[in-house]
Design a protein around this ligand. Sequence first.
Ligand SMILES: *Cc1c(COP(=O)(O)O)cnc(C)c1O
Length: 430
Amino acid sequence: MLDKVIKSSGLFQDHCHVAQNKLDPWKIEPSKASKDCRNFIREIVDNLDLQPNPEKPVIALSIGDPTIYGNLSPSPETVKAVISIIEEGLCNGYAPSTGYDYARAAVADYLSYDGASFKSQDVILCSGCSSSLELCITALADGQRGHNILIPRPGFPIYRTLAETIGVDVKFYNLIPENNWKIDLEHLESQIDGNTAAIVMNNPSNPCGSNYDEEHLRNFLEIAYRKRIPVIADEIYERLVFPGQKFVSTASLQSQVPILICGGLAKRFLIPGWRLGWIAIHDSTGAFENVRKALISLSQRTIGSNTLIQGAIPSILQNTPQSFHENLSNVLALHAQIAFDYFTVIPGLTPFMPEGAMYMVVEVDLKHFPEFESVLQFAKRMMEEESVFCLPGECFQITGFMRIVLTVPQEVLEDACERIAEFCNHHYME
Ligand SMILES: *Cc1c(COP(=O)(O)O)cnc(C)c1O
């Protein structure tokens, strides 16, 4: 009966007719935002078309994931915390989009040290620090209004990816290699213009491994204050500094500058795949009153972060012993020293000793490697001959440098350093 009605109405026939005529392939044009979304590391690495030497096992000193070799794992307390949350069955539902209040409170406590003080309402939980950064950039900068944000060079490429996807321009400010990669403050100031909506800073730094002292941070904040530009502080490596170093959080300086501090569990707790990050709002003057609301609105786009990890956060933050963090710092410092000692005597290379985070930057003096026009080519050939791959500085917007990760097991690092030495000795020209 229904069939008849449809047929006699002509609807069915018309429908068939349309479908038959539409034989050209069905191609949907994706959005501008998706086309403006670029992964700079992938673009560069894919372009290199890497071919390792089949006779040597590949060592990737390029992957910024501390868990891949299995030598670094989360604390037993961290693992137990999540298991018991699953077993309790109380975190299977939706949390508020900014996170459970007790989880936000636990992060607020965790970040309240050295004079910094946060309450649960100052914390927004996100799906990893990347997601925190996305919310902050989206909350502060407007593509339609021609806004730009300032980002460090060298620096983590995701800032640019996040900004450009929403039509926000980036302008770079330089870090000074000879000065432990501190910010070139004069250059920073010269880059600020009437459309600058925020300054992104990253301390400790990926890729540099630098750890800014209080004086430098104060000088940096003084510029932001005078120019009235809010700061997005990527502190994902917060307190992940080598023995003898002190990490100074921007919040501990009790500056009048409004600062959105981005962090998370990924690096210091060795669980990047668990995707738990946060924004901590530092705002001593109320300048961020509306931005606070904006961040809450934006958190609703994805209905918040994973509730199992949120449930586990208080135990993870409170029960992970200090010795776990010390051990990680010791391992990274040891690896940095080993790599530094190797690279110092390799002709044509100059390592920069990091102070924290998980990386070391090495300068490649191309004058002495005339076969290669760039570190891109240098890195490609090193993969072909020695099966060792390091990210060229181009991935972080600089030339003449490469970054190595320090999280691989010691014997792998030593093997890699020996192969890099072999490669350099082979290609070095006076
Ligand atoms: C790893 C890293 C992040 C991303 O952290 P997730 O929590 O995994 O999203 C952000 N910023 C820097 C500088 C990083 O190195």
